[in-house]
Design a protein around this ligand. Structure first.
Ligand SMILES: [Zn+2]
Length: 301
């Protein structure tokens, strides 16, 4: 069979081949209707419009520890040029190539190391054009690159509040997207040791952690994040929010100290109080607020 025979040119693929092999004048209806050969630019545009697109699927974990191995799997069809696609990453600014990834039998499966510093990492796969198929870029959902902190739970003194309930509530507060987790800090409980010790302490034992700790409030001393049992049970009068919010505030406040933050003050009357404000003592005209403000999140991100 020769080029240009009518049966072959009825199919889209044949039309495309014809376009690419210079038979466009003879075969495209547009140029025939216009009564003149199409301009090269229009011919190209027509070719691209008729070109197929890659079908790309990607799946990957949406979170991972700093510096850990991160796996990306997916499919690319049809086969890309040279059997490779380019994996790119963006943290701030431009996309940068990470590496070429081989596609075998239509599948890709690669492990790369996540950045060593926490933050949001974005990844995409770039598939180069091949004859008849347009270049494609497929993005992966943003990856939360987090620092993992481990903690053990202890009590001191005569603790009457159920420790298991305290532990469960604390874990939920640490896991909440509105807490320090939003700044890429995650906390995992361990049986012993860990990076910090979360203590539920009888009020009168507070000064045993440091002379600067008051029997009236909670405290943070070195690796110890100490929650005063009396405050945990009853909240604090100046804090006008709910008891559940008070517990969130106090845990995130003391843990904020552990992350390196100092006290903040109410920025203006009616504003949400910073979590690092001493809301147990006074709201200073602010509204009670258990969650870190955006600027507090940024300061430990
Ligand atoms: Zn404090």
């Amino acid at each position: 069979m020769t080029h240009g025979t009518p049966p072959r040119l009825q199919t889209p693929l044949a039309c495309l081949l014809a376009l690419l092999t210079g038979l466009v004048v003879a075969t495209t209806p547009t140029s025939a209707a216009a009564g003149a050969p199409a301009a090269p630019a229009r011919r190209e545009a027509a070719a691209v419009a008729r070109a197929a697109t890659y079908q790309v699927t990607l799946s990957a974990a949406r979170a991972g520890r700093t510096g850990s191995s991160w796996r990306l799997r997916g499919t690319v069809s049809p086969a890309p040029p040279h059997g490779v696609v380019r994996l790119e990453r963006r943290r701030a600014g431009n996309w940068r190539a990470v590496r070429d990834v081989a596609v075998r039998d239509g599948a890709l499966d690669v492990r790369v190391r996540l950045p060593a510093t926490r933050g949001t990492a974005r990844y995409r796969v770039v598939v180069a054009a091949r004859p008849g198929v347009r270049a494609t870029t497929a993005r992966v959902a943003p990856v939360d690159v987090y620092t993992l902190h481990t903690y053990a739970v202890r009590t001191r003194g005569h603790v009457t509040y159920p420790v298991e309930r305290f532990t469960t509530t604390a874990a939920a507060i640490y896991a909440d997207q509105r807490g320090w987790r939003a700044a890429h800090h995650r906390f995992r409980r361990v049986a012993d040791g860990g990076d910090l010790t979360l203590v539920l302490a009888q009020a009168r034992t507070m000064p045993s952690f440091s002379a600067s700790c008051s029997v009236r409030y909670s405290c943070r001393v070195g690796r110890y994040v100490v929650v005063n049992q009396s405050r945990w049970r009853g909240g604090s009068t100046p804090f006008t929010g709910s008891l559940a919010d008070y517990r969130r505030m106090v845990l995130l406040h003391e843990t904020g100290h552990w992350l390196g933050l100092h006290h903040a003050t109410c920025p203006r009357a009616g504003a949400r109080a910073p979590v690092m404000q001493q809301q147990s003592k006074s709201l200073q005209g602010c509204r009670p607020n258990p969650w870190p403000l955006d600027r507090e999140l940024r300061s430990v991100a």
